[in-house]
Design a protein around this ligand. Structure first.
Ligand SMILES: [Zn+2]
Ligand SMILES: [Zn+2]
Length: 319
């Protein structure tokens, strides 16, 4: 068995384990498996975006960069064992992610690359996959380029990628878990689900990904001991955000009012295509009520100016 086959097998088992755990001990009761935005996160973010960006990052950024630098690796580093190399990148990249994540919540420009990650109001194991393409390109290039350029063992890449996925699913999972004293070191849903809650107090808190120790060290921990409310307004963004993958990316470049755009025939056709296809499929299989259909027809109440103003107010308030 190759390392990739082993890491893939572990990941499949982890997905099953987390799904069962979410059913047995949910953090928020009543969260459906096919929750709002499930298919967008699975099809667009987890499968299509990941596949395309993997090619972009490795073949079009890291490979030319490595060719340009023309190093054969760093001798002392190459002498480390796989475990030592994995640990080194795990800790150093996690510190980087903490700092960059913190910056994304502070800078208006960088917030545009991160707001999509906060847009879901129903957070579960799959929700962590929702990350703007630019955010992924920046973070994964900074994550994997040093591994390649320093000449780490090739197996470090799939092992590191597996650990990313394992932690990513765990901290977003809708599971009621208390880590006890370990929470001062390892991140958990107990802390990260608060980061996805819509409260001023947490807009600049709980930035850690794998190791919560950064939040404790740098004084950005928010751990009130209770849970956020269970209403939609208690979660996600405080302003309306598009539900469609492409519109989510377009919205990061230019704010728009979906209601106004719906006046254009072509846009209306595109906008209603997915819910209409889903509606037909549901009719075909005789399934009633679907969050995905309702969600995309939700009213957009705020004008782009108001959204912009709200975003500015929130950033300023929390600085
Ligand atoms: Zn965040
Ligand atoms: Zn998150």
């Amino acid at each position: 068995m190759t390392v990739v086959q082993i890491t893939t097998t572990i990941l499949i088992c982890w997905v099953i384990f987390i799904i069962v755990w979410e059913r047995i001990s949910p953090y928020r009761k009543g969260l459906p498996f096919f929750r709002e935005g499930f298919w967008i996160d699975l099809v667009w973010y987890t499968i299509i975006q990941s596949y395309i960006l993997k090619i972009v990052i490795f073949d079009y950024i890291i490979s030319p960069l490595q060719h340009h630098i023309a190093w054969q690796g760093v001798a002392f580093f190459k002498s480390w064992s796989i475990t030592e190399q994995v640990l080194f990148f795990l800790v150093s990249h996690d510190l980087y992610i903490y700092l960059f994540h913190r910056l994304q919540h502070r800078s208006k420009l960088l917030w545009r690359t991160h707001e999509a990650h906060h847009s879901g109001k129903q957070v579960d194991f799959l929700a962590g996959s929702r990350s703007h393409a630019v955010e992924i390109i920046i973070n994964q290039t900074i994550e994997f380029a040093p591994i390649v350029i320093l000449g780490a063992h090739p197996e470090v890449i799939p092992i590191k990628a597996m650990l990313d996925a394992i932690f990513g699913m765990f901290i977003h999972a809708n599971i009621n878990v208390k880590l006890g004293k370990l929470k001062y070191f390892f991140n958990s849903p107990e802390l990260h689900l608060w980061h996805h809650a819509n409260y001023y107090e947490v807009f600049h808190a709980n930035f850690s990904t794998k190791f919560s120790i950064w939040d404790y060290l740098f004084g950005t921990i928010y751990d009130p001991g209770n849970k956020p409310g269970n209403e939609p307004e208690n979660w996600g963004l405080y302003y309306d955000f598009p539900k469609d993958y492409f519109l989510q990316h377009a919205f990061s470049v230019k704010r728009f009012d979906e209601k106004q755009l719906l006046k254009h025939k072509g846009f209306k056709y595109y906008y209603e295509l997915r819910p209409n296809v889903l509606k037909s499929l549901k009719k075909l299989f005789g399934i009633r009520n679907n969050a995905a259909i309702i969600e995309i027809h939700q009213h957009v109440n705020l004008s782009p100016e108001r959204i912009e103003k709200n975003a500015d107010e929130k950033l300023i308030c929390n600085q």
